[in-house]
Design a protein around this ligand. Structure first.
Ligand SMILES: *Cc1c(COP(=O)(O)O)cnc(C)c1O
Length: 406
């Protein structure tokens, strides 16, 4: 932990103040200004970093339409930024449909990817103008019969990856061997199948699973077209693109190289799309919490913050992430310390044995790479409110905006 905290601090200081009205809201002075203005705890979302992440992935996967998956950070500032970049969206619930409706995003640029839906979820998405849905079993395919003239579907196929931090192919997706049978059923019922999708799991260690899945989907698409089971002109390669949580991960261009090679073998008429979530949102936000109070216990300082495991740090439980955390206060002498969340629950501890200068009530603690699966899964346990989300750099000169989220 100590080492990571040091590199995090380096990164915080390294980024110079940007030009032309863009600011770097991850700098210490800007963080202090934002807390003064908007209070604590905060989740600071930098739309410039959203743009940067989108552009890097776009460059790493040329010709692939990127549908930002709302789930990791369902916030209008991110949706707006993706729209401005000419991007696409991946939504999965009625709440997410409502968010894009409020944002004024073109529903034709959205796909609905939840494999299991209630009828009302389908109707809500259709009413908003969404036209592409996902199914992974016969019951779900049959749910589309009343709406077959209004929509098209992708069949989600499962490729297990027990190695991924979050293996999303256990809960969803049909066996590759069952995909053709499912396509036959859709054909019989008069439902147009546009193609296949998969999600290998989040924060993938390497691209091997993506490559295996692309190759298998290529065969499924070819077999379905031989049988004339639908248009089958779309391949959705899902998300899973990894980010750094302090430890190095492969640069995205290098991570995607084998994926590019696998995609190059597909027939040219196939449109490829992806559903990145973490990669777009993760590095684009930091969490800022304040020390509420402190105590010396068994020879160590315990600092109690106004955000914790039931708040933005919930990702440490649900997403198995460890965010690089550091204090804004500088100090030569650093002592092994404990950072705890605000609730009265004993598991609400963010980090132990973290080297920190001596802190006082009111001091700020910053967690990096906290855009994805953090605030999104936070609760208000013990009535501690979730962090306020402040977006910065929505346009040049935007030094901080709090947008309505519901
Ligand atoms: C969660 C999810 C994503 C985003 O995955 P990341 O690993 O964050 O990129 C994309 N598609 C679907 C269907 C998801 O459930």
């Amino acid at each position: 932990m100590a080492k990571r905290s040091k590199s995090a601090q380096g990164a915080l200081r390294a980024k110079p103040q940007s030009k032309r009205g863009w600011i770097d809201p991850f700098r210490g002075d800007e963080i202090r200004r934002l807390v003064k203005e908007f209070g604590s705890p905060l989740l600071i979302v930098d739309c410039q970093r959203v743009r940067e992440q989108y552009r890097k992935l776009h460059k790493a996967l040329p010709g692939v339409d990127l549908h930002y998956a709302l789930k990791p950070l369902p916030h209008p500032a991110v949706v707006e930024t993706i729209a401005e970049l000419g991007g696409w969206l991946d939504l999965a619930t009625t709440g997410e449909v409502q968010l894009i409706e409020r944002s004024g995003m073109d529903p034709a640029r959205c796909i609905h990817t939840h494999p299991i839906k209630r009828d009302i979820d389908i109707r809500n998405a259709l009413a908003a103008g969404v036209r592409v849905f996902v199914a992974d079993n016969p019951d779900e395919v049959r749910k589309f019969v009343p709406y077959r003239d209004e929509l098209e579907i992708l069949l989600r196929v499962s490729f297990r990856s027990p190695g991924a931090v979050c293996d999303l192919s256990r809960k969803f997706g049909c066996d590759p061997e069952d995909a053709i049978e499912l396509a036959r059923l859709a054909r019989q019922l008069g439902i147009e199948v546009r193609g296949v999708s998969f999600h290998v799991g989040s924060q993938a260690a390497d691209a091997a699973k993506h490559v295996e899945a692309i190759d298998a989907c290529k065969s499924i698409i070819a077999a379905a077209r031989r049988e004339k089971l639908g248009r089958f002109d779309t391949l959705d390669i899902g998300g899973g693109f990894p980010i750094s949580y302090g430890r190095r991960v492969a640069d995205i261009a290098r991570f995607c190289a084998p994926i590019r090679a696998a995609l190059a073998k597909l027939p040219a008429r196939i449109r490829v799309i992806a559903e990145p979530g973490r990669y777009i949102a993760g590095p684009a936000a930091i969490g800022v919490a304040s020390v509420m109070g402190r105590a010396r216990r068994e020879g160590h300082w315990w600092y109690y913050l106004d955000d914790g495991l039931y708040g933005s740090y919930s990702g440490q439980l649900f997403d198995h992430a460890r965010y690089p955390v550091e204090a804004l206060r500088q100090g030569k002498e650093k002592l092994p310390s404990v950072l705890a969340g605000p609730t009265c629950d004993s598991i609400d501890v963010i980090a132990e044995n973290l080297l920190l200068p001596e802190l006082k009530a009111g001091d700020l603690v910053v967690g990096r790479a906290m855009g994805a699966y953090t605030w999104a899964s936070a609760s208000e346990f013990n009535f501690f409110p979730k962090a306020t989300v402040v977006s910065v750099n929505r346009s040049p000169g935007d030094r901080g905006t709090v947008m309505a989220v519901d």
